[in-house]
Design a protein around this ligand. Structure first.
Ligand code: ATP
Ligand code: MG
Length: 317
């Protein structure tokens, strides 16, 4: 369904070329769900927006690689073809739900726009069902309301409803549940999982939290500094990571990070993409880095269990 091969995406900002994704290769068969995880600035949204061709000059551009959705190579698609693909096949839940909603229109009219395929007479019924399944109480009475009458968490759920209303083939959800409380998060994640199974929906799910990813995804790609450092079946990678960054990410994440729970942060800070060292992007923060790691980017190694990693000194457990 979605095949990304050797994708490199640049931003052009302040007269500089910033490589925010480098050599990204990912494969999402129909009906699969892949989590893209990694800390802030690792390039997760850049990959998602590249797939939707939302990064175009003067903001940036795809510098290299191929992205296939179904049979279409979107790197060669015209803006018109891309709009059609986005209208009919791709559901997108943006990282900031307010960008998905128009303050001037009612919730109903915004969802209706995404469902021309549903018979006029059945639309309200379908919308109410969708909103209810996303945990919005008394949805029928709220259809005529405007976004400002909804809380942040509810707006997020409406954004998810809009993305799902067109019954897309591919759902790209960028941190769709981070603004929500844990109970609602889990409810929505279960719903996404059910839709994947019932409708063979292919999902790209972006999150900081590898444990949250576990609730919806079978596969995972771990990004750092614009590079996929490890990928494969999620349980395999989460139970037995090879890359020290994946290990650190697992140690730092928990499903419920309440105010009392101290997150074990990864020490150091992410690299500057414009002044990237020649070797592994994680080397400056890596506990097991050697001279080689600072000098040369490791090639990708495939493990017999289906996971792949790019590291000179993989974790052994
Ligand atoms: P987050 O978890 O914070 O959403 P992310 O993994 O989605 O992070 P991206 O948004 O893909 O990260 O950003 C990757 C890098 O590209 C960052 O260093 C960011 O500063 C840079 N970047 C993002 N958008 C632009 C832009 N429009 N112009 C220039 N640089 C950008
Ligand atoms: Mg992002």
């Amino acid at each position: 369904m979605l095949q990304i091969t050797n994708l490199t995406t640049h931003y052009f900002f302040g007269g500089q070329v910033t490589p925010a994704a480098r050599g990204v290769t990912l494969n999402l068969p129909k009906g699969s769900a892949m989590a893209i995880v990694g800390e802030s600035g690792s390039g997760k949204s850049t990959v998602a927006m590249s797939v939707m061709r939302m990064i175009r000059p003067p903001i940036g551009d795809i510098a290299e690689g191929e992205i296939r959705i179904g049979g279409t190579d979107v790197t060669r698609a015209t803006p018109r073809q891309m709009r059609e693909l986005l209208r009919t096949q791709i559901g997108f839940v943006p990282q900031d739900p307010t960008t998905a909603l128009d303050p001037l229109y009612t919730i109903r009219s915004q969802i209706v726009e995404a469902m021309p395929h549903v018979e006029r007479a059945r639309r309200d019924e379908v919308i109410v069902e969708l909103l209810t399944s996303l945990g919005i109480v008394d949805a029928a009475a709220r259809l005529k309301q405007h976004p400002h009458q909804f809380s942040g968490g509810m707006r997020q759920r409406v954004a998810i409803a809009i993305a799902l209303a067109k019954e897309p083939q591919l759902l790209i959800a960028d941190e769709p549940t981070t603004a929500l409380d844990v109970t609602t998060q889990i409810g929505i994640l279960r719903l996404l999982d059910r839709l994947r199974r019932e409708r063979h929906l292919t999902t790209m799910f972006i999150t900081h939290n590898i444990r949250v990813a576990r609730l919806v995804c079978q596969d995972v790609a771990v990004m750092y500094g614009g590079v996929v450092v490890e990928s494969g079946p999620l349980t395999v990678v989460a139970d037995n990571p090879s890359h020290p960054y994946t290990r650190a990410l697992l140690d730092a994440s928990s499903l419920d990070v309440g105010p009392r729970q101290r997150l074990r942060a990864i020490s150091g800070s992410p690299p500057s993409l414009t002044a990237m060292p020649p070797g592994c992007p994680f080397a400056p923060r890596c506990p097991s880095a050697t001279d080689l790691c600072h000098q040369r980017m490791p090639a990708t190694t495939r493990r017999p269990d289906g996971a792949s990693y790019a590291c000179w000194n993989p974790v052994t457990s």
